[in-house]
Write a protein that binds this ligand. Structure first.
Ligand code: SF4
Length: 346
């Protein structure tokens, strides 16, 4: 075991020595080595979202990625246990795609402001108001909302999913900014109906996208003024924005894409400096993987939900089988149909 701890310390030290104090790296290396031992013993796979804190991200996941990439890994794993180092809706998606496995979420505090913005009853009300109109739900939703949806999407494939339906009108839930960005990309007019109004007004009948006013509490904080300030100080910086940022922010940026697309963009371009308008841990993780490129930080914009997942909780999760994600069979079946339709689109 001591050899495994030493090897883990060396691995983390190489990646994180400029950002994490040495004493902390030693503590985290010991925890990570024990998690990896237990992972083998329990025949588990660990999936780590790009927003995990750097010491966790670079030590224990078998796979790292954005929601879609991790969904695909969850669907094909044959391990007994899936430990999801991400937030609850992601762990639910893993369960939906591979219901025979035990899916563990290390902290029940790992929610999401977007997923929490809409309920299955809200979706049913919209479907009654717009009968026959297909519902596209972002993967950042809970399983019962997915079960009410025609198809799911991620930030990386949202426009392609909308186009794949081939219909004039689409209900797109729940992220207001992603919906506005997709409406712009696909040339559609978008409205946000009032929840109080029982039936569509005459003027709503020809709308092409019907949105919802959910927001990511991290990405809504970035502004065009932030971009102007950085461009004034670092004219050579390349600015990348997540599509959950406002349309004004994505339009003022050089590139907009999912977290996975942002990582590939940084890896494949040669600019010396980048500003990532997304969750700050991801900037730390990309900086550790690309030491020759500078990642500018606006401030510490951490998702309070992703931040709940720690190495300590992950170890306890494997030790005590917690917290098990359990979903009703009919929800799994209906939600799986929506997720699998999305995966077929790409
Ligand atoms: S970063 Fe935003 S969308 Fe992602 S989990 Fe946090 S609140 Fe939800």
């Amino acid at each position: 075991m001591e050899a495994a701890i030493t090897a883990m310390y060396q691995r983390l030290h190489e990646k994180l020595r400029t950002t994490v104090p040495d004493a902390e790296i030693r503590i985290k290396a010991r925890l990570a080595a024990e998690i990896n031992r237990l992972k083998q013993e329990r025949n588990a796979v660990i999936l780590g979202h790009n927003y995990m804190e750097p010491a966790l991200y670079h030590s224990i996941p078998d796979f790292q990625g954005d929601s879609l990439e991790l969904c695909r890994e969850a669907a094909k794993t044959d391990r007994d246990i899936i430990v999801f180092c991400g937030v609850r809706f992601m762990a639910e998606t893993a369960k939906i795609l591979n219901p025979e496995r035990t899916v563990l979420l290390p902290s029940l505090e790992a929610g999401c402001s977007l997923a929490g913005s809409i309920t299955a009853a809200d979706v049913r009300a919209l479907k009654m108001r717009y009968p026959g109109v297909p519902v596209v739900s972002y993967v950042n939703t809970y399983a019962d909302v997915k079960a009410e949806s025609t198809i799911c999407c991620t930030s990386g494939n949202a426009a392609a999913v909308v186009e794949s339906l081939g219909t004039d009108t689409v209900i797109f839930l729940p992220d207001e900014f992603l919906a506005r960005n997709v409406a712009r990309e696909t040339g559609r007019h978008i409205i946000f109906p009032s929840a109080m109004s029982p039936a569509p007004a005459e003027t709503e009948l020809d709308v092409q996208m019907i949105g919802w006013r959910g927001r990511c509490e991290v990405h809504e904080r970035f502004t065009t003024q932030d971009i102007a300030n950085v461009r004034a100080q670092f004219p050579d910086a390349v600015i990348l924005a997540h599509p959950e940022c406002s349309p004004e922010v994505t339009a003022a940026s050089d590139f907009s894409g999912s977290t996975g697309a942002m990582i590939r963009y940084v890896e494949q371009t040669k600019a010396p400096r980048y500003l990532l308008l997304t969750e700050c841990a991801m900037g730390d993780n990309i900086a550790a993987a690309n030491p020759d490129k500078e990642m500018l930080r606006l401030c510490s914009v951490r998702c309070p939900h992703m931040n709940q997942i720690t190495l300590e909780d992950t170890l306890e999760s494997l030790q005590h089988n917690r917290h098990i994600i359990d979903l009703p069979a009919d929800i799994i079946e209906r939600a799986a149909a929506a997720v699998e339709r999305m995966i077929a689109v790409g």
